[in-house]
Design a protein around this ligand. Structure first.
Ligand code: AMP
Length: 282
């Protein structure tokens, strides 16, 4: 695996790749890699000649400074994991390399997708995401880019950005990779106490029951049921639970035939924020 810290060096490497018409699969990450990230890389490996992974903890997408500071950094282990799945290139730039001295986001219009769920609770988050992903796409110029459904709103927003800005890249959504007990894998899971970690499958269990209920009950009733369940929980505080249309991400009241729905959840275990979602059957 080749490691580039400078975009100028990566660009020279890419000129060669392009000259031979080799395809590039790209997986942007913030590091602290786990099997969820690796599943994206493995998917990218199957379809592309070269796979590039970026590790960049993007400051402009964090609304809380302490969350940025506490974000786990495990580069040595990340490199080993990347080698284990035959990643070709790691792009590992500094904040200065990406932003120069101007660490601010551009303003994006994602046709309202940015105002739902995460957008309501994380001020400026999606402007930060849009800024970094667009910048990385310009540097890496991938044919395909891989994003997890774990961050489903982010995936839809990236698809929207690519369409609106006419960026020539195919966006591929990848299934959520879970621990054996159902907890969605996340770099943040390592910050959970043992007690919180043992209790955390409660989140996915709640989503699975919500999915079952969706067959017979309406979205409002299910939402109230979830809210009550969390009110009684000693370790987890619910930030939001919502059942939304996959396309608009707007909370729904009643089901309509032919539309696709998902349940989304954000939960705090003290200061560790966990998100998850599940596809619902209509
Ligand atoms: P992050 O490093 O958290 O920014 O994540 C980088 C990419 O990996 C994003 O596209 C995430 O949606 C994806 N990802 C993170 N966790 C998982 C998971 N458990 N399953 C699938 N994809 C994931």
């Amino acid at each position: 695996m080749i490691i580039f810290k400078k975009k100028s060096e990566l660009k020279i490497y890419l000129q060669n790749i392009k000259a031979y018409k080799r395809t590039i699969g790209f997986v942007p990450t913030m590091g602290a890699l786990h099997k969820g990230h690796l599943s994206l890389i493995q998917k990218a490996k199957k379809k592309n000649d070269i796979v590039i992974v970026s590790i960049f903890v993007n400051p402009t997408q964090f609304d809380k400074k302490e969350d940025l500071i506490k974000y786990p950094k495990t580069l040595e282990n990340d490199s080993k994991l990347l080698e284990s799945v035959d990643c070709d290139v790691l792009f590992y730039p500094s904040v200065e390399e990406i932003y120069n001295k101007n660490v601010v986001s551009d303003a994006f219009d994602f046709d309202g997708l940015e105002h739902q769920m995460e957008g309501k609770f994380r001020e400026g988050h999606f402007n930060g995401v849009g800024t970094i992903v667009k910048t990385l796409f310009e540097i890496v110029t991938p044919n395909r880019a891989y994003f997890g459904q774990k961050d489903f709103q982010q995936l839809q927003i990236i698809k929207k950005m690519v369409k609106k800005h006419r960026i020539n890249v195919k966006i591929k959504g990848c299934a959520i990779y879970r621990e054996d007990d159902g907890l969605a894998m996340s770099s943040r899971n390592t910050r959970l106490t043992q007690e919180q970690r043992e209790a955390a499958p409660f989140i996915y269990k709640t989503l699975k029951t919500a999915r079952k209920k969706f067959g017979t009950e309406n979205a409002d009733i299910i939402t109230k049921w979830v809210e009550n369940r969390f009110k009684k929980h000693p370790l987890f505080k619910l930030e939001y639970f919502t059942i939304a249309d996959e396309k608009t991400l707007e909370t729904i009241k009643d089901k309509e035939f032919g539309k696709k729905y998902r349940a989304f959840i954000a939960v705090f275990a003290e200061d560790v924020r966990l998100i998850d979602n599940i596809r619902l059957k209509n």
